[in-house]
Design a binder for this molecule. Sequence first.
Ligand SMILES: Cc1ncc(COP(=O)(O)O)c(C=O)c1O
Length: 419
Amino acid sequence: MTQHALLPESIHIERAEGAYLHTKDERAIIDGISSWWVNTHGHCHPKIVKAVQAQAAKLEQVIFAGFTHEPAEELARKLLRLAHDDLEFVFFSDSGSTAVEVALKMAIGYFEHIGAPRRKRIVALEGGYHGDTFGAMSAGGRGVFNKLYEPYLFNVTHLPFPHAGEESKTIEKLEILLRGGDVAALIVEPLVQGASGMRFYSSETLKEMRKLCSAHGALLIADEVMTGFGRTGAMFACEKAGIAPDLMCLSKGLTGGFLPMGATLASKEIYMAFYDDDRSKTFFHSSSFTGNALACAAAVANLEVWATEPTSTYIRSIEKAHDKAAGWFYARPDVEAVRVMGSIFAMDIRDNNGKGYLSEIGPKIYEFMLENDILLRPLGNTVYILPPYCIKPEDLETIYETLWRCLDHIRDERSQRAA
Ligand SMILES: Cc1ncc(COP(=O)(O)O)c(C=O)c1O
């Protein structure tokens, strides 16, 4: 995701604390995007540091086929307590993409094992992003990220994105597909599509999709890799919408952003489809680092931070500040749309060139903000703020004010060019 011909210099970070990234030459950069949405409680949270250090001195890693350990057991128990009661099993892996691959494989395997092999079709939303491995790319919306690889991607049926006021188009197409009886699963990013530009859709639509999948015997996979761990205001977006998926993919905030880890939560029915004295029905998926003890210890400590610190209050304060800022930005003629959900603030800047992700506005904002010691990484002409929950109110203010100046700068540059 970095074009080295245009961005030859990477910034050397020596240490990090809270919402700050400290460079070798002693700049303190505000991490306005939680280092790609992973860091929830701030960098180097002392409780997670301590847990990882203690675990490293005891057990760093052990094969997770036929073996287990306390941090993994504890993490599974804690995750299942947090998730909807319908989810009863956890499969550990090592990233968001693998959490998605695992969910897709489970959905297809499930129908094969229960004697419904016709159900092979995967349905997804246009514009979705589920990762960059081939299965995850196949489920994702087609565009600049995966255009080159299109001939190698498997067939996925994409539904129109449920824009406000146009939800019925999505729902109607889903229902027609489901009636065909060959759908294995619908995979969605619940409530917010992240990488396609922080696009929101309603809880009612998600509920309707859930209802239809259940009515027609298809599975619903919720990819909560971005939305999970408080991003939308609730612990999970599915919880916010009041639905239970059959499979739920987690990563990013799972370890508080400390270590790479993925988890796929599944219903008992799915687990039982693979549980058999016929060894060929084993769920065949392994990652060398499945259930890594350090990652599990970090994730357990992350959940302890959630349980003992006022994280939800921090998120509510961020949302309030975002709402206020949204009001200011909305009044700008160069801003097309502004939206806020939980800790997510996003706005679309008008761009007459319409190049989507390749819009020139993105790199301009990135550079301007970085010159002012703020890390934002726009998605084309959509600029978003997704801070660690511990961010100080004055740092959030600094981000809004700098962004305002940045938009002024781009506007002035445009009018100079036009003159
Ligand atoms: C919704 C969603 N799913 C999956 C992924 C892939 O996660 P990873 O980069 O850890 O493979 C991402 C990454 O941004 C994501 O936003």
